[in-house]
Write a protein that binds this ligand. Structure first.
Ligand code: ATP
Ligand code: MG
Ligand code: MG
Ligand code: MG
Length: 477
């Protein structure tokens, strides 16, 4: 099956189960102070779950474009390094608003996987909520019993509150969830690791594909739980992961979702995908990031110097930097991927196709301006290194702050010259700047400080966050 057929089959399947199919909401969220970008299929139905809007259709299905690059869900640092976390991805979902519950949700998931998609039953695992004593919550025996009708009991694994109990926030609807994982290890590997329980995180080829959430409680202000009068189902399935499982690939990037982009990048750079880890990562980053950047712009979020706009600008610059450093694109290139992507999504999300020229222009302008700084910064670097053995932390910080150089680029340039960067001094300079920014925001919610959702994470600018995490990454090497 092609990815188009797979998407179509999902929607058709749920249509045949009396679901009303709705379009994807924009990936950019306006009018919700708690959320910058749509990060799950359920976002657009939040008011229905909270009982703040009337339910018109009690069964709904769709494919929702999601972005997980900020706040509670931030997968950015995994993207391109692993092969199944993306910035922008499609989340296929089906919902019941006070209509069907666990029995149907589980039976239909199984039917779709095994009869429509013909996935190998022996490669499926499911997880259910094991219960939590501190909350007086018992194990989700209902879900367990429904699964037992389809799948051997040793493939039903118990999961803790972190993975298998979903909550929208401190208050409101919540409940246990049941995940479906698909095992894409080779036969040889499976044989040699027989008997070992495997879920998501244990092996890069055993991947969480679908999450079925059963909302049956309401968390009250005092923290206690009461049963919901009307129970709901909220499911979310990673489309690109599903395609990978059905197409039998070991990486999302090997599916027809990403191959047109990878092929274009490969052709234009003259580098073969698969030739080296560094260039592979760069190609994955480019083919992923163009999706986030393009749809954000098409949905109304231009790159800018603050908040959501700054997140998009940094993703774009991250891509340009990868292209420049690892694939030797010294001239604007990233924007060329827009038409390739728009063609892929024609008839699926037409928003991009309809605004293709505009999106391409915006990306090109951004590229031109960043490449200008990048080139100047490199010149500054060349002058500095004459006679210097160590790249001093303050200088690395100047490159970072003034020229927008991510610290890993500075390190790479240094290595090429046989030099090292004083990372401790750089960290100190970075920290000092964080403190300055923090002080500044007490009087002025300035341009580049982004406050995380629910205040649980304080974003002190995207540069700072990225620089810090990349330092850790490079130190491990
Ligand atoms: P993971 O544990 O792999 O990070 P998750 O538990 O955070 O996934 P959910 O919030 O349960 O994900 O979202 C529902 C589904 O969306 C997941 O089962 C997965 O298939 C898909 N998904 C989640 N995050 C991503 C991502 N960054 N890129 C692609 N697909 C994703
Ligand atoms: Mg996650
Ligand atoms: Mg998970
Ligand atoms: Mg999950």
């Amino acid at each position: 099956m092609t990815s188009r057929e797979i998407r179509e089959a999902f929607l058709e399947f749920f249509k045949s189960k009396s679901h009303h199919i709705v379009p994807s909401a924009p990936v950019v969220v306006k009018n919700d102070p708690t959320l910058m970008f749509t990060n799950a299929g359920m976002n657009q139905f939040k008011d229905l779950f909270l009982g703040e809007a009337a339910v018109k259709y009690s069964r709904i299905a769709d494919t929702q474009r999601c972005l997980r690059v900020s706040g509670k869900h931030n997968d950015l640092e995994e993207v391109g390094i692993d092969t199944y976390h993306h910035t922008l991805f499609e989340m296929l979902g089906n919902w019941s608003f006070g209509d069907y519950f666990k029995k149907e949700a589980i039976a239909w998931a199984w039917e779709l996987f095994t009869e429509v998609y013909k996935l190998d039953k022996d490669r499926l695992y499911v997880t259910i909520f094991e219960g939590d004593d501190s909350e007086g919550l018992v194990r989700d025996q209902e879900a367990y019993d429904f699964w037992k009708e389809f799948i051997a009991e040793d493939r039903i694994l118990l999961g803790n509150k972190k993975d298998n109990f979903w909550e929208m926030g401190d208050m409101g609807p919540c409940g246990p969830c049941s995940e479906i994982h698909y095992d894409m290890r080779t036969d040889a590997e499976r044989a040699s690791q027989k008997g070992q329980e495997l879920v998501n995180a244990d092996h890069p080829q055993v991947i969480e594909v679908w999450n079925l959430v059963f909302m049956q409680f309401n968390r009250l202000k005092n923290g206690s739980l009461e049963p919901l009068p009307a129970k709901h189902v909220d499911t979310g399935m990673g489309f690109e992961r599903l395609v990978r499982a059905i197409q039998g690939k070991t990486s999302n990037y090997d599916t027809d979702v990403f191959q047109p982009l990878i092929a274009y990048i490969s052709q234009k750079s003259g580098v073969q995908y698969g030739a080296a880890e560094k260039t592979d990562i760069a190609m994955r980053v480019l083919s992923d990031h163009i999706r986030a950047v393009s749809f954000a712009i098409a949905d109304g979020q231009l790159p800018s110097n603050n908040k959501a706009g700054y997140v998009i600008r940094r993703i774009l610059r991250r891509a340009v930097r990868y292209a420049y450093t690892f694939l030797d694109f010294k001239q604007p290139f990233f924007h060329e991927l827009v038409p390739v992507l728009a063609a892929q999504f024609k008839g699926v999300f037409d928003e991009l196709y309809q605004q293709q020229d505009f999106v391409e222009k915006v990306v090109l302008e951004e590229e031109i301006s960043f490449l200008r700084t990048l080139t100047t910064g490199i010149q500054r670097f060349e002058n500095y290194v004459e006679g210097n053995q160590l790249i001093d932390g303050d200088f690395a910080f100047e490159l970072f702050d003034t020229y927008g150089f991510p610290i890993d680029l500075t390190e790479l340039l240094a290595r090429e010259k046989g030099l090292t960067v004083d990372m401790d001094a750089f960290d100190r300079a970075l920290l000092a700047q964080k403190e300055r920014s923090r002080a500044a925001t007490t009087t002025d919610t300035g341009d580049w400080v982004i406050v995380g959702e629910g205040d649980e994470v304080e974003f002190v600018g995207y540069d700072a966050l990225e620089a810090t995490t990349r330092i850790q990454k490079y130190r491990k090497v």
